[in-house]
Every structure is written in structure tokens, then in C-alpha cells.
Write a protein that binds this ligand. Structure first.
Ligand SMILES: NC(=O)C1=CN([C@@H]2O[C@H](COP(=O)(O)OP(=O)(O)OC[C@H]3O[C@@H](n4cnc5c(N)ncnc54)[C@H](O)[C@@H]3O)[C@@H](O)[C@H]2O)C=CC1
Ligand SMILES: C[C@H](O)[C@@H]1OC(=O)[C@H](O)[C@@H]1O
Length: 254
């Protein structure tokens, strides 16, 4: 059964990792998909090619999500190509691991701007388009287990993920009257570019894995199903919710 037949899905940071898995997952479920991407034209083009190989239409739009105009540009180009926006997956993010006491101001500023401000602008631009269309919609933010727990080298990052979780809760209230649902997924540790260097430390990798009841770190594809579900009409009465996708890591105290 295809869950997103005929829908238009937008994904930020869609050329790699979790965003790419969400974009391909949406195409597999019958959606036309537009991805925003930051830098690699080749990776973006290969993602679009994969979407098209599934028989769907794909579009890649370059832009830095930290800039408000990237959001309006992305939405208007997706509308020009596909006619509408049904789903926004706000996924783009960075996590430059760094100690707290000497954290550079620029690193804090950039992390907040990309992860939180960027998501705010994207969600707002997509919501305005959905309200204009008058048929509701779905927004899924890629927050994190880090919205709920801390990280020694993530003091600039975890507040952005808590902020995203909170943004989805408030947006769910603001947009419910328009039939727009807003939810977040909270991935645990997923093997992607964002943590490749951090998890090159085998001791840390083993410690992280040992905490996971399902016995393995996550893969990007582990997020595709939960994101597609929350984006689809199967979740028609789900809004303001946060879905942990962490192999059970969060609940594993002892
Ligand atoms: N990998 C993990 O363990 C977890 C990741 N997440 C979140 O998942 C999201 C996706 O990350 P991953 O797939 O893991 O890593 P990734 O590095 O493969 O993906 C991040 C994507 O965001 C894009 N991006 C970064 N800055 C951007 C900007 N200014 N404008 C547009 N795009 C930009 C990157 O180019 C990349 O495609 C992030 O928000 C991350 O915080 C959340 C929990 C766990
Ligand atoms: C980048 C981290 O490895 C990853 O991101 C998160 O949100 C979680 O803290 C994961 O460990």
C-alpha cells in the first residue's frame, strides 16, 4: 500500500543521510519529492535520479536553510514544479561536536541558525502555502533523542533539538485549525556523515551501541518508515507528537 500517492513532499537537507532516506521513502510511497540541499550538486542529482527511477518526479533546489529567503525560494520552486505542497520534512542540521567552556561564538550562532532558525523559516513557508491551498498538510521535524537528554560536546546542539520539538508542539496548535499536523521524530544515534568522525572513536561507538536494547546503531533507512507514517493520512489524528526512533536507547537506564 502506498501511503503518499499523489502528494508533494519537500525535504530539507535531502541529499544525504536521514533526509535522503525520507525523500526516497516518500517517493517509494508515491510522492513527488523536492529536496533542498546545501552544497553537493552531485549528491543532489543522484537523489533526484533515484526518485525518478521509482517513477516519481524529483526536484533539487540549492540553498542555505539559515537564510529566510531559502525557505520561500524552496517552496515557490516546488510549487512551480509540482503545483502544491502537502508535506514538509524539516531535516537539515549540523552538529559540530565541541567542548562547552571554549565553545566559539560562531559555532553556537551557526548551529542555532541552521538547526532552529532554518527549521522555523521552512515550517512557516510550507505552512503558508498549505493554508493557501486550503486542504491541510503535514509537517515532520527531525528533532532528536537529544531534545530529551544532554551531550557533553553538544551544548550548542541539544537546545536546538529541544527547540524543534517545542516548535512542533506550538505549530500544531497554531495550524490545527487549518488541518495541518505537526509532529517530530526523535532519532537516536544513526550512522551518517554528521557523526562519522565522532563515532570513529571505537570505545564511544561500543558504549553507544551497548545502551541500545535492539543491539545496533541506527541506519538512515530506519527513519524513513516513521517519517512517511507521520506524513501520511494513517496518522490523520496525530499532531503535536514526538516519536522516538532510537532502538530503545532513551528508556535504557539500567
Ligand atoms: N545521525 C544521527 O545520529 C542523528 C541525526 N539527527 C538529525 O538528523 C538530521 C539529518 O542529519 P543526518 O542525516 O544524520 O546527517 P547528514 O550530515 O547526512 O545530513 C544533514 C544534512 O543537512 C544538510 N545541511 C546542513 N547544513 C545545511 C544548511 N545550512 N542548509 C541546507 N542544508 C544543510 C547537509 O548538507 C546534509 O545533507 C539533522 O538535523 C540531525 O541533527 C537527529 C538525531 C540523531
Ligand atoms: C550527531 C549525534 O551523533 C547524533 O545526533 C543526535 O541528535 C544524537 O545526539 C546523536 O547521538
Amino acid at each position: 500500500m502506498k501511503l503518499l500517492e499523489g502528494k508533494t513532499v519537500l525535504v530539507t537537507g535531502g541529499s544525504t543521510g536521514i533526509g535522503r532516506a525520507a525523500a526516497i521513502g516518500a517517493a517509494r510511497h508515491g510522492a513527488n519529492v523536492a529536496i533542498n540541499y546545501a552544497s553537493s550538486d552531485d549528491k543532489a542529482a543522484s537523489c533526484v535520479a533515484e526518485i525518478e527511477a521509482l517513477g516519481q518526479r524529483g526536484l533539487a533546489v540549492k540553498g542555505d536553510v539559515a537564510l529566510p529567503e531559502t525557505a520561500t525560494d524552496f517552496v515557490s520552486k516546488a510549487v512551480a514544479a509540482f503545483g502544491r505542497v502537502d508535506v514538509m520534512v524539516s531535516n537539515a542540521g549540523i552538529c559540530p561536536f565541541h567542548a562547552f567552556l571554549d565553545m566559539p561564538v560562531e559555532t553556537v550562532d551557526r548551529t542555532f541558525r541552521v538547526n532552529l532558525h532554518g527549521a522555523y523559516y521552512m515550517v512557516q513557508a510550507a505552512a503558508n502555502q498549505m493554508v493557501k491551498q486550503g486542504e491541510g498538510g503535514a509537517i515532520v521535524a527531525v528533532s532528536s533523542i537529544s531534545a530529551l537528554v544532554g551531550g557533553e560536546y553538544q551544548t550548542h546542539y541539544t537546545p536546538t533539538k529541544a527547540g524543534l520539538h517545542s516548535l512542533m508542539q506550538s505549530a500544531a496548535i497554531a495550524l490545527g485549525k487549518h488541518g495541518i499536523r505537526c509532529n517530530s521524530v526523535l532519532p537516536g544515534t544513526i550512522l551518517t556523515e554528521i557523526n562519522k568522525d565522532d563515532l570513529a572513536d571505537q570505545d564511544k561507538r561500543d558504549r553507544m551501541t551497548a545502551r541500545i536494547p535492539l543491539g545496533r546503531l541506527g541506519e538512515s533507512e530506519d527513519l524513513a518508515g516513521p517519517i512517511v507514517f507521520l506524513a501520511s493520512d494513517m496518522a490523520a489524528y496525530v499532531t503535536g507528537a514526538a516519536l522516538l526512533v532510537d532502538g530503545g536507547a532513551f528508556v535504557n537506564l539500567q
